[in-house]
Design a protein around this ligand. Structure first.
Ligand code: E4P
Length: 217
């Protein structure tokens, strides 16, 4: 399973990259705003900075919601860097645009996906990634992980190559459960990745090994 970090914070991206397990980055307009990155020029420059830190795919989201606007913006974003994946919302014009980008060899991430039907449409249109938001479904008492399982089954039934990018991952158990189900990618905060490190028996065991080493030296 690929690990993406879901942030526009450069320090956190560097930290995840330094750990050696990072495969890419996802951002969205809210994550950009959280870092104080506003205005088209600043946002574009920020994408370039992210691409310089990581070696994998970097999702850059279009703001336009009409077909022509999505195409124009997506083509501009794709030209920024070969690691850029154009992130397109799951709306009618978005699906049409994903098909256009797919035909042109431009990679896409279909975002704001909350149902198996939407995921099926994204795959039919040729999306590179589909992003079901599991945390936001959990927030409204709907099983986000079940959606990942449904999409996995549908994609496997027909051999769709669209990669399931479990998004809106909130914690370490989401990561483990997504891995069990067979999500291709997960994107979450740095804490969801670093949480995988933790086990009290590791800490206790290491303390004992070091103490015993000191006794003999
Ligand atoms: C996906 O690409 C989104 O950026 C993200 O995962 C949304 O997560 P949230 O529900 O925690 O905002």
């Amino acid at each position: 399973m690929k690990f993406f970090i879901d942030t526009a914070n450069l320090d956190q991206i560097k930290e995840a990259q330094d750990l050696g397990v990072l495969d890419g980055v996802t951002t969205n307009p809210s994550l950009m705003a959280k870092e104080g990155i506003t205005g088209k020029e600043n946002i574009v420059n920020h994408y370039k900075k992210i691409c310089e830190i990581v070696t994998g795919d970097v999702s850059a989201e279009v703001i336009a919601t009409d077909y022509e606007g999505i195409i124009k913006e997506g083509e501009e974003l794709a030209k920024l860097h070969d690691q850029i994946i154009v992130k397109v919302p799951m709306i009618k014009d978005g699906v049409k645009a994903i098909k256009y980008f797919s035909d042109k060899g431009i990679k896409t991430n279909c975002t704001l996906v909350f149902s198996a039907g939407q995921a099926l449409l994204a795959a039919k249109a040729g999306a590179t990634y589909v992003s079901p938001f599991i945390g936001r479904l959990d927030d409204i008492s709907t099983d986000g992980l079940n959606l990942i399982a449904e999409i996995r089954m549908i994609y496997d039934n027909y051999g769709f190559s669209t990669q399931i990018l479990a998004a809106s991952v909130r914690h370490t158990m989401h990561v483990i459960d997504c891995a069990k189900i067979g999500a291709d990618v997960m994107t979450g905060p740095l804490s969801s990745i670093e949480g995988l490190l933790k086990h009290p028996l590791t800490d206790i065991g290491l303390a004992k090994f070091l103490a015993d080493y000191k006794k003999g030296n």
